[in-house]
Design a protein around this ligand. Structure first.
Ligand code: HEM
Length: 118
C-alpha cells in the first residue's frame, strides 16, 4: 500500500508540471485532459492514504496532520491549475504548495510505515 501511495502522488506531481507546461505552450486540450486525469489520481492518493491509515491499530496525532497536509497539497495543485486556466495570480498558492509539499514529504518519511528517513 505504501508503494501504491508513493506511485500515485509521484505521478500526480509529474502530471501537474506537465499540465502547466502544456498550458504555457497553448495546448489547452491536453491541459484539460491532464486536469481530468489528475482528479482521478487525487482519489487514488486519498484511497491509498486511507488504506494506510486503516492498516494501523492506533492512529497518532501526527497521522491526522499527515492526512490534513496531504489534502492541502492536493487542494493547492487543483487551485493552481484552476487559477492558471483563468489567468489569475497564483503566487500565494505556490508558496502554500511548497510549504505543504515539504511538510507532507517530511511527515510521510518520518512516520513509521514504509521508508523511515527522518
Ligand atoms: C500529494 C499528496 C501527498 C503526498 C506528496 C504524500 C506523500 C507521502 C510520503 C512521502 C509518504 C511516505 C512513504 C514511505 O514511508 O515510504 C506517505 C505516507 C503516507 N501517506 Fe501520504 N502523501 C500525500 C497525500 C496523502 C493523503 C491525502 C493521505 C490520507 C488520506 C495520506 C496518508 C498517508 C499515510 C497514512 C502514510 C503512511 C505514513 C507512514 O509512513 O507511517 N497521504 N505519503
Amino acid at each position: 500500500m505504501v508503494h501504491a501511495h508513493m506511485t500515485t502522488w509521484f505521478l500526480a506531481l509529474i502530471l501537474f508540471f506537465v499540465a502547466l507546461g502544456l498550458h504555457k505552450s497553448g495546448k489547452e486540450k491536453g491541459f484539460k485532459v491532464l486536469k481530468m486525469i489528475l482528479r482521478v489520481l487525487y482519489i487514488l492518493i486519498l484511497a491509498t492514504g486511507l488504506g494506510l491509515i486503516f492498516s494501523l491499530t492506533t492512529i497518532s496525532f501526527l497521522y491526522i496532520v499527515k492526512v490534513a497536509v496531504g489534502l492541502w497539497v492536493i487542494a493547492m495543485i487543483e487551485m493552481i491549475l484552476g487559477r492558471t486556466a483563468k489567468g489569475a495570480p497564483t503566487k500565494g498558492l505556490w508558496i502554500q504548495f511548497i510549504i505543504a509539499l515539504l511538510l507532507v514529504l517530511y511527515l510521510g518519511f518520518s512516520l513509521p510505515l514504509g521508508t523511515d528517513l527522518f
